[in-house]
Ligand binder design. Structure first.
Ligand code: DX5
Ligand code: ZN
Length: 224
């Protein structure tokens, strides 16, 4: 099943609990949480106390995307705060194999993220290990940017590797996604679709998610 993961980056931070409750009504199972440190990306967002507060108001799986220069130091702290799955950037991890194993040992699913300029081949030695791979379809740092179509080719390359290996890992895509391009992402091989501004900048976030879930289901029929 393909899933839509609302990204709270575009939610109203003063009303986070209410915004989360609105998208939960659409029947989602996962929430995407963007952590930025002002170094790895040119923006700052939230830290572990916010994740801890979110954990108290929802049972959704918290998919925490670390856009920070020191994921080894902070991943365990976010897991302690309530993250269920943590993704780290390939570009920020000189010892990626060790980092992914550490996240799993701490009790979370371990994902690896690729920036638009980083080739899929850089993951060849960790595809046996990662629980999921996140393909960025914008340069990370901000919500509301335009989708970069090259990312679809990267998803196809990953999907080919997944089929060839026979090992399952999830493929996630993040950035510039909405009703118009989700179908292409799903047909390319995506399982998890992150959507920020297309959900929370809409008048009715619940129905925006429902629309995207339907688009994803329709595209899945074609893929299968
Ligand atoms: C961007 C973040 C995304 C962001 C996506 O750096 O990683 O998760 O929230 O926002 P949209 O869907 O608006 O591009
Ligand atoms: Zn993200």
């Amino acid at each position: 099943m393909v899933e839509i993961l609302p990204s709270i980056l575009s939610a109203d931070f003063a009303r986070l609990g209410e915004d989360i409750a609105r998208v939960e009504k659409a029947g989602i199972t996962k929430l995407h949480v963007d952590i930025m440190d002002g170094h790895f990306v040119p923006n700052l967002t939230m830290g572990p106390p916010v994740v801890k507060s979110i954990r108290k108001v929802t049972r959704l799986t918290l998919d925490v995307h670390l856009m920070i220069t020191d994921p080894d130091k902070f991943a365990p702290i976010f897991i302690e705060a309530g993250a269920d799955q943590i993704s780290v950037h390939q570009e920020a991890c000189p010892h990626l194999d060790r980092t992914l194993r550490m996240i799993q040992a701490e009790g979370a699913l371990a994902g690896v993220v690729l920036n638009p300029a980083t080739p899929v081949s850089t993951l060849d030695e960790v595809l046996d290990l990662a629980d999921y791979v996140l393909i960025m379809s914008v340069n990370p740092g901000f919500g509301g940017q335009a989708f970069l179509p090259n990312s679809l080719r990267k998803v196809q390359q990953l999907e080919q590797r997944r089929r060839a290996s026979g090992r399952h890992f999830y493929i996630e895509m993040d950035g510039g996604l909405g009703p118009d391009n989700i179908g292409a992402a799903v047909r390319a091989g995506c399982d998890w679709i992150v959507a920020g501004s297309s959900v929370f900048s809409s008048e009715d976030p619940e129905s925006a998610v429902r629309t995207m879930q339907q688009v994803a289901r329709d595209a899945m029929m074609v893929r299968a």
